[in-house]
Write a protein that binds this ligand. Structure first.
Ligand code: URP
Ligand code: ZN
Ligand code: ZN
Length: 460
């Protein structure tokens, strides 16, 4: 099968030009002006932007967490991602304490294989680092194509590892050519503040936010950077929210250390004023919590300074009835919010359209850097001859309104209900096949492929 995309404005992380794209099978085979070859499908992209498919490297699909499961499966989550212009996601496999990494991978494979609609890969979350799990790291990298290892410095008593395990993991991961990624907040301090608030009868969602002050993230980010520097292991901080944490990374650059930073779309667009006195704030109970306006400013600036390389979502949706598990106690509200479908359009509308970032920066942080940092480039993340034909055709002028009534995520509320955005995804190709067109999904359950990733260098 072949596809010819005519007259579009192609935007990559570095270029911006008008040309046609010819696709044969799953890959881009030619880019040029006025291409005239016959194709099975011809798409007129006049007046549209043509981006590489988005890559969201931080999603939790059907994840067992806080006594329930996140409500999007690999099928519904990757389909919703496609509707929003994200063609590849990286989900997290969670090792169970006392069990092997292999067992966890088998469990996630059984959920994702044959069900995912869009392409996906896995990070391996190491929650129990010991001699046995250490011995499994090499196989994950060499055989499974899983080259990033997630750690939690928080969720004490559940997912958290201590610094002894962190150092050991970093040494092994560095040896095997991988990267350690981290949820960097101080789990002991959060545990203390959570218990204190509960003992004082302070139980509303707002106390989730007040139990995770900025200092808990700044301290852990600095500690993680120091350990990564000491071991020489490539390091990546997920879902960074605040000025204090970004300053810790800024300090690390003074010793010429590169620590990659991901923020998420919600931390750029929403703030802690959403945590009022009623239960409504549960919609945005996530860890770390939303912060202040000054933090949003710091994060936008961090993107432009090259300190923040990726904008992800940390998509971890829970239906309202699941959120109600914590109606009498904020510490029982499942943490997470839905955004997998909204990231590309929110980042365009709030970032590019409002003049905060350039078009090239947009593609860099939403498509190209995730591919480069996580070992998928140039197969994914750009528009080039030989790359997978993962392409988004985007109308920069169309306005639309976000709503749970129209979204495709398996969750009964929108974190952005009623938001009016400029810029809309029109057509999405995944490996040369038109997957989304005119608000319809044209590929089936099982079309999504697992993407094995390459070793990483910690440099881009
Ligand atoms: O609240 C969040 N972020 N839920 C998902 C788990 C995590 O910490 O990333
Ligand atoms: Zn996290
Ligand atoms: Zn997460």
């Amino acid at each position: 099968m072949s596809v010819l995309i005519k007259n579009g404005r192609i935007v990559t992380a570095t270029d911006d030009y008008e040309a046609d794209i010819f696709i044969q099978g799953e890959t881009i085979s030619m880019i040029g002006k006025n291409l005239t070859m016959n194709a099975d499908t011809v798409i007129d992209a006049s007046g549209k932007l043509v981006f590489p498919g988005g890559i969201d490297p931080h999603v939790h699909l059907e994840m067992p967490f806080m006594g329930t499961f996140s409500s999007d499966t690999h099928e519904t989550g990757t389909r919703a991602a496609l509707f929003g212009g994200t063609t590849t996601v990286i989900d997290f496999v969670l090792q169970k304490q006392g069990h092997s990494l292999k067992e966890a991978l088998a469990e996630w494979n059984s959920r994702a294989k044959g069900t995912a609609v869009g392409d996906y890969s896995f990070h391996m979350a190491v929650t129990d680092f010991n001699e046995d799990s250490k011995a499994e790291i090499k196989g994950m990298v060499e055989n499974e194509g899983i080259t990033s290892f997630k750690t939690f410095m928080a969720y004490k008593g559940a997912l958290m590892i201590d610094d002894r395990q962190m150092i050991g993991l970093m040494q092994e991961v560095k040896k095997q050519g991988g990267m350690v990624t981290v949820h960097a907040t101080n789990g002991d301090v959060i545990d203390y503040l959570t218990a204190k608030h509960r003992s004082e009868g302070k139980l509303s969602p707002r106390y989730h936010y007040l139990s995770q002050p900025e200092v808990t993230e700044a301290e852990a980010s600095g500690r993680f950077a120091d350990m990564a520097d000491y071991t020489g292991c490539p390091g990546y901080i997920v879902h960074m929210t605040c000025e204090g944490a970004l300053n810790a990374v800024r300090s690390a650059t003074r010793r010429n250390q590169k620590v990659f930073v991901e923020t998420c779309i919600q931390y750029l667009t929403l703030d802690a004023s959403l945590y009022g006195d009623d239960f409504e704030g549960a919609k945005w109970v996530m860890s770390p919590p939303l912060r202040e306006k000054k933090d949003q400013q710091t994060l936008w600036a961090g993107i432009n300074q090259g300190l923040v390389q990726i904008v992800a979502t940390d998509h971890c949706p829970f239906k309202w009835e699941q959120k109600l598990m914590g109606k009498d106690d904020f510490s029982k509200i499942p943490n997470g919010h839905p955004a997998i479908e909204n990231r590309m359009e929110l980042l365009y509308g709030e970032g590019v359209h409002k003049g905060k970032i350039t078009l090239n920066k947009y593609v860099e942080v939403a498509c190209t850097n995730p591919a480069k940092i996580f070992g998928m480039f140039p197969r994914k993340g750009t528009i080039a001859v030989g790359s997978d034909a993962d392409i988004v055709i985007f109308d920069p002028n169309q306005t639309h309104t976000l709503s749970a009534k129209t979204h495709h995520m398996n969750v009964d509320y929108s974190a952005y209900e009623g938001w009016e955005l400029t810029g809309k995804v029109k057509t999405v190709l995944l490996r040369g096949t038109v997957a989304i067109d005119d608000d319809k999904c044209l590929v089936d359950r099982g079309y999504g492929q697992f993407i094995k990733r390459n070793k990483v260098s910690g440099k881009i």
